[in-house]
Design a protein around this ligand. Structure first.
Ligand SMILES: Cc1cc2nc3c(=O)[nH]c(=O)nc-3n(C[C@H](O)[C@H](O)[C@H](O)COP(=O)(O)O)c2cc1C
Length: 180
């Protein structure tokens, strides 16, 4: 019941014939330096074997525009479908790994697996982030900052997908001195 979570699309495969996408909610950042994250995958998934063998994957953040593809890639298997083709998603070149990025996603996080922990029904892929690509579309030309909120990222809450809403504050706002 630790929600909300992101629902990300993880892309994998070392060559176009085996490119695949699966949806993952069990994911997160686990270290800042070196930058590390995890995804937990059930061994029965088609992607499990691909990621275990290639040792690489890309975490693609999802948006309200991508919500249907996010769900579909999480209920259909790459054993039966070419998910890029079915969802009209574009595989693009990652800079540091062989796995493809999903071009339509605003942020692509390229990961290399460091350790696989057999936790039970899920195995945790502890991974190092080796590169990040961020879409120019969400660069604010005035501030030069990347505005992820403008991409309408989605969150996953106990079986439902939601769009993020009103901004409630920024980091550290609770201790900021009020301007006179
Ligand atoms: C919102 C959502 C979250 C999911 N999270 C996970 C997860 O964290 N780990 C996992 O192994 N499967 C998860 N799944 C299920 C896989 O995405 C699903 O079984 C998928 O069809 C596997 O694809 P594949 O066989 O092509 O690898 C999730 C599915 C959805 C819809």
């Amino acid at each position: 019941m630790v929600y909300p979570l992101p629902a990300v699309m993880v892309s994998c495969g070392a060559s176009p014939e085996e490119y695949n996408i699966l949806t993952i909610a069990w994911t997160g950042t686990i270290c800042s330096n070196p930058p590390m994250c995890y995804i937990s995958i059930r061994p029965g998934r088609h992607s499990y074997d691909i990621i275990k063998r290639t040792g690489e994957f890309v975490i693609n953040l999802t948006t309200s525009e991508l919500v249907r593809a996010t769900d579909w890639c999480g209920v259909r298997s790459g054993r039966d479908y070419d998910k890029f083709k079915e969802m009209k998603l574009t595989p693009g070149k990652a800079e540091k790994v062989k796995a493809p990025i999903i071009v339509e996603s605003p942020v692509n996080i390229e990961c290399v697996v460091k350790e696989i922990k057999d936790l039970g029904v899920h195995h945790m892929f502890i991974s190092e982030v080796v590169n990040i690509q961020a879409s120019e579309r969400f660069m604010d030309p005035n501030t030069g900052k990347f505005e992820l909120a403008a991409a309408n990222p989605i969150v996953y809450i106990h079986g439902g997908y939601y769009q993020t809403g009103k901004k409630l504050g920024k980091f550290g706002f609770s201790v900021e001195k009020k301007k006179k």
